[in-house]
Design a protein around this ligand. Structure first.
Ligand SMILES: [Zn+2]
Length: 274
């Protein structure tokens, strides 16, 4: 699933391509992808100008001139293409946006069909389930707030980092990479992590997310950006997806183990369990 840097990459591309454009009409080919009803969805979007495209955690928020916000979650395989209107559509192009005075259309394509496009009034969208309970943004939280939150939550560190109510936007890739850099075992209890170590982890999380944004995300599994563009961060992964390969710090073999129901990649020598 796309994580913060991947979603941020999509947000920036969308802002550049559709920011300021006015929607002329919308074609919905897979009705389950949208909320409210397809008819209402199309009606509310007609004539709306895209005011701003922003991100909250792994969610895309497209603010419209009409007082509504279109909330997009890409889930596993959702992505956008901005293509000439006469370019052939594919079976998985579920929603197509036509713009006033423009030849290109924006298509929401989703092979696995878990992605959702939902519309709510901008003033109340933050109260919707899925947005309301999100924790702080990892690039905005201070080191002090982060360490305090960590101390209070008293659970294994890896599941805590994946919990969107603890921190919004970090997923398996960047949790594994941050823990590797901070030399923290993924099973380690958050309460047992020393203050300096917690501050170090905060620094690594921020640095790695910023670097991944610069490299337009990590394209492993299924992530592609606008028009199929790949990210480049996968070249720099140190732990995630490297099971069976030597640790770049100490040469021990990177392992992959189920922790908290998800697979964690780590170096058993650099990241000792206490
Ligand atoms: Zn190592």
């Amino acid at each position: 699933m796309p994580e913060l840097p991947e979603v941020e990459t999509v947000v920036r591309s969308l802002q550049k391509t559709i920011g300021g454009l006015t929607i002329e009409r919308v074609t919905i080919r897979k009705t389950a992808s949208v909320h409210p009803s397809p008819r209402q969805f199309s009606r509310q979007l007609r004539g709306a100008t895209v005011a701003a495209v922003t991100r909250r955690g792994k969610n895309i928020l497209i603010r419209l001139s009409t007082g509504d916000t279109l909330w997009v979650h890409l889930k596993m395989t959702g992505h956008f293409d901005f293509l000439p209107a006469d370019a052939p559509t594919t079976k998985h192009d579920h929603v197509i946006f036509h713009f006033r005075g423009r030849d290109e259309t924006l298509r929401f394509n989703d092979y696995r069909r878990f992605g959702r496009l939902r519309m709510y009034p901008t003033e109340s969208i933050g109260k919707q389930r899925g947005l309301a309970e999100l924790g702080p943004e990892p690039l905005e939280i201070t080191a002090d707030d982060f360490t305090q939150r960590l101390r209070r939550c008293r659970r294994m560190i890896k599941p805590a980092l994946l919990d969107q109510t603890f921190l919004a936007g970090v997923g398996n890739i960047y949790a594994d990479e941050s823990l590797y850099l901070a030399r923290i075992h993924p099973r380690r209890s958050t309460a047992s992590i020393s203050l300096p170590k917690a501050r170090e982890l905060h620094g690594h999380i921020q640095a790695i997310l910023k670097r991944a944004i610069r490299l337009m995300g990590t394209s492993v599994d299924t992530f592609i950006g606008l028009n199929g563009q790949s990210g480049r961060f996968q070249k720099y992964l140190q732990a995630y997806g490297r099971e069976g390969q030597p640790c770049r710090r100490c040469g021990a073999v990177i392992v992959r183990k189920a922790i908290g129901g998800r697979s964690a990649h780590f170096c058993p020598r650099c990241q000792r369990a206490k």
